[in-house]
Design a binder for this molecule. Structure first.
Ligand SMILES: Nc1ncnc2c1ncn2[C@@H]1O[C@H](COP(=O)(O)OP(=O)(O)O)[C@@H](O)[C@H]1O
Ligand SMILES: [Mg+2]
Length: 427
């Protein structure tokens, strides 16, 4: 069911590569690799260091087998390996040290398996089959899955600040640039512009979901959502102005849940009024992008919404973004604004009326229509900032790009190795 979103785009990476120090080990794995339908030429002579060298210039394979045994400085080598591996790479390590502690440290660190030399065909076959299963299985069965999915709620401090513009732009960047299967949920049920700005009809999907929450499942989502590009599906409505919103919010919770299963990222265009009736909607979001302007009214409501978020979305990372910035004519300066809301403005997006008009004319998202503009560049920075959350396992961050090292928690492995190396200068 989730297949179209999870596996739609082949990642173009090799299925498998191995870097093993000795011929005996290579002789054991080559026939098994052929049995698996992989290329035996990808079984290279050499250990961890060779792996690092090769992978620094080529994409890492889906499944990687590396020999730790000849590594002079496993600590920094493992660190370097993590830096050159794509997220999601499944690493099987091989070594000569028969030590349960090492094994447990490796496993705890996110390394898939540790095989002891001399390798036995049965053991290798088993391990590779298992690795393949883990790789192929939907992310929900991956222990990292919960932290993999990033759901972002975009909230405007006031109407018109550009929350929907930013929500649709983020969804576009996640899906078209980062190639992540993305769901855009437009919760402005009566006046939403999520579909409109992409020149699409909203359809009945969201209306049906609200009317029949029990029908919401993977299949429903596949049918009800409107596709905007290969990786982006939208759920929105244009409910008649005469129809009040009749829901207890269960449908929205159910949708958020299904999106977590079926997509890598969710962007929710969340009108601030929805917070009043359905505070539970932000309980599980990973990131809140709070969009504001440098006005007195926006300062007051930033303060109120930020404090409300502390109580209602304590785990989510809040990124405050100033939009439509025209420094020369702002009601409040950036520094005064920051002082009054007691939070930093992570990004400023300049006011650019031409860019907004161009996007409307082209029927494209703001960012897609204005990639080279300052506003477009700021939006890309915002997208990266949000996606960093993904690398960091959904935790808050200072915006720095996290490496696979952080993700796999190889540091704990390294300290384990450090402890083993008597007198070594482990951190
Ligand atoms: N940085 C910007 N510069 C100029 N116009 C903008 C900018 N961001 C948004 N707009 C325009 O402001 C209007 C309101 O934006 P919208 O995203 O619908 O706001 P909200 O969802 O917060 O009510 C739209 O016409 C949009 O094109
Ligand atoms: Mg809006």
């Amino acid at each position: 069911m989730n297949a179209p979103w999870k596996t739609g785009a082949g990642n173009g990476r090799d299925q498998f590569a191995a870097y093993l120090c000795d011929e005996a080990s290579l002789d054991v794995i080559r026939p098994i690799v052929m049995e698996m339908g992989w290329q035996p030429e990808k079984c290279n002579k050499g250990g961890l260091r060779n792996a690092i060298q090769s992978l620094s210039i080529t994409a890492s394979p889906n499944i990687l087998m590396v020999d730790l045994s000849e590594s002079g400085d496993p600590l920094s080598d493992i660190n370097a390996l993590a830096e050159v591996c794509e997220p999601g790479t499944i690493v099987i390590s091989v070594g000569q040290v028969n030590d349960v502690r090492l094994y447990r440290d490796l496993i705890a660190s996110g390394i898939h398996d540790y095989l002891l030399k001399p390798l036995s065909p049965a053991q290798v076959r088993d391990s590779l089959a298992q690795a393949q299963m883990v790789y192929a299985s939907p992310k929900s069965s991956d222990p990292n899955a919960a932290s993999q999915h990033v759901s972002t709620a975009v909230i405007g401090t006031r109407g018109g600040v550009g929350a929907s513009t930013i929500a649709t732009s983020l969804a576009w960047l996640f899906s078209a640039d980062a190639k992540l299967p993305t769901a855009l949920l437009d919760l402005d049920i009566h006046f939403g512009t999520g579909a409109l700005c992409l020149d699409l009809e909203p359809g009945r999907g969201l209306t049906d979901a609200i009317e029949n929450p029990s029908r919401i499942d993977g299949l429903f989502i596949e049918r009800a959502m409107i596709r905007a590009n290969d990786n982006l599906a939208i759920l929105s409505a244009e409910a008649p102005i005469s129809s009040p919103l009749m829901t207890d919010g269960a449908a929205f919770m159910q949708l958020e849940e299904e999106f977590r299963e079926a997509f890598d990222t969710t962007v929710i265009d969340m009108p601030r009024n929805m917070l009043i009736n359905f505070p539970q909607l932000v309980a599980d979001v990973n990131v809140v992008v709070l969009v504001t302007e440098y006005t007195l009214a926006s300062a007051r409501d930033s303060i109120r919404i930020l404090s409300w978020l502390k109580a209602n979305a304590p785990h989510s990372r809040v990124i405050v973004v100033a939009n439509k910035v025209q420094s020369a004519i702002s009601e409040i300066s950036k520094s005064d604004f920051e002082a009054s809301i007691e939070a930093r403005i992570a990004l400023s997006i300049p006011y650019d009326a031409k860019a907004a008009a161009l996007a409307a004319k082209l029927g494209q998202t703001f960012v897609d229509a204005n990639r080279a503009s300052k506003a477009g560049i700021a939006l890309r920075e915002l997208s990266n900032l949000v996606l960093d959350t993904r690398d960091e396992g959904g935790e808050g961050s200072d915006g720095k790009k996290a490496s696979l090292l952080d993700k796999l928690d190889l540091k704990s492995f390294m300290s384990g190795m450090g402890a083993k190396k008597a007198g070594a200068d482990a951190q």
